[in-house]
Design a protein around this ligand. Sequence first.
Ligand code: UGA
Length: 442
Amino acid sequence: MNITVIGTGYVGLVSGTCFADSGNNVTCVDINEEKVNQLNKGNIPIYEPGLETLFDRGQREGRLHFTTEIEGAVRQADIVFLCLPTPPGGDGQADLSAVMTVAGQLGGLLEDYTVIVNKSTVPVGTADRVRQAIAGQADEELFDVVSNPEFLREGAAVDDFMYPERVVVGTSSERAADIMTTLYEPFVRSGNPIIVMDERSSELTKYAANAMLATKITFMNEIANICERVGANVDNVRRGIGTDSRIGKRFLFAGIGYGGSCFPKDVQAIHYTAGQHGYDFKILDSVMKVNEAQKVSIVKKMEDYYGTDDFSGKQFGMWGLSFKPETDDIREAPALYIAEALVERGAKLLAYDPEAIGTFRQATSRQVLDQTTFVHSQQEALDDIDALVICTEWNEFRRPTVDNFANNMKQPVIFDGRNLYDLSRAEKAGITYISVGRPSVN
Ligand code: UGA
């Protein structure tokens, strides 16, 4: 099939590359000329495990192309995917201007029947709006608009795309449903379902999935907060409830809050949509509030430990800046809030991350930059510090086992926002170890 992907951001690039790998002829369109030039030279602007191999193969074998010319790319397409940004606008409402601008151009370009697919996370009703925008300029027989939300995790996007647990297709057109099913069949050979439903349910499915996962994490964060107060251990509680298949083992890890570009934005957006329809989505109100507090809960623990909120004269090491491992994305990363809070209290920082130093530097405040030295190894971030603060569970942070900290640090004090280490090992190693929802080790 001839596929055109409009928008070469995270979702567009991964989708386009994976569709090319399953034998389709894919053209990716972007208005950013420099980005398109770089992509044509084989330079991928994002870090995503496994992407490079598929990308190189797609380009080498002539199935993956990049252009700024939307006209030709749309005319030759059987399916056009809209993978455009939908950032939070005012009030948490998703800003649809990119999607609607492109939708406005599409009508005039359609010659043969084309399926137009919204892959971006878009508010309920967007498929209808896109349809109306196109219908103003094109015969209704010439196209269908489909909702096909993505469920890709950053850091695991290629795997999630190639082996999806389900594919959701929202369309009331049989013709479009058939084409979408044919397109996705190679990805669900193991028998996972392609679930076809109406457009609005499909659009809501994406928000419901992210809101449910964000709620699940937040629920565990609150259980962790209670564990700390009653002297229980959230690891045990997690194992205890996760083995109940109705609850499930995954996404039950307590920590310093969820971040990233998806959960915070989508929770806000579905809360807003509910409000617009006269419904107060109370659980999500709480989820947002708890998550905000959770991001800096570790700073509160530091204040309690030092018995003051004045950290002047102290230097802290920070391990991990990205919102989660295997990505350089720092959007809504707890590390941003924690760094700000520590510097506000007078501390200096030594910060290390395997991938995200560049993105962090661009996103953080002048004040934090002035007080932070960025270092290039875990070890350097331990030099001459009063305590280490762990913000992201990069695998490499698990390796320098707790046993070594006592030898490597002036003060072996660790505030761990990701529960990386075993408590009994920490105890034996003679370190002070304060984590989330587990008894402190002193
Ligand atoms: C999330 C969803 O998992 C994807 O299915 C979805 O497609 C994507 O959003 C999106 O809407 O585009 P992502 O934001 O990349 O993917 O990252 P996750 O791995 O889901 O992690 C989100 C946040 O939850 C991270 O901050 C992570 O640290 C936190 N988390 C996750 C926990 O605190 N505890 C857990 O047990 C799991």
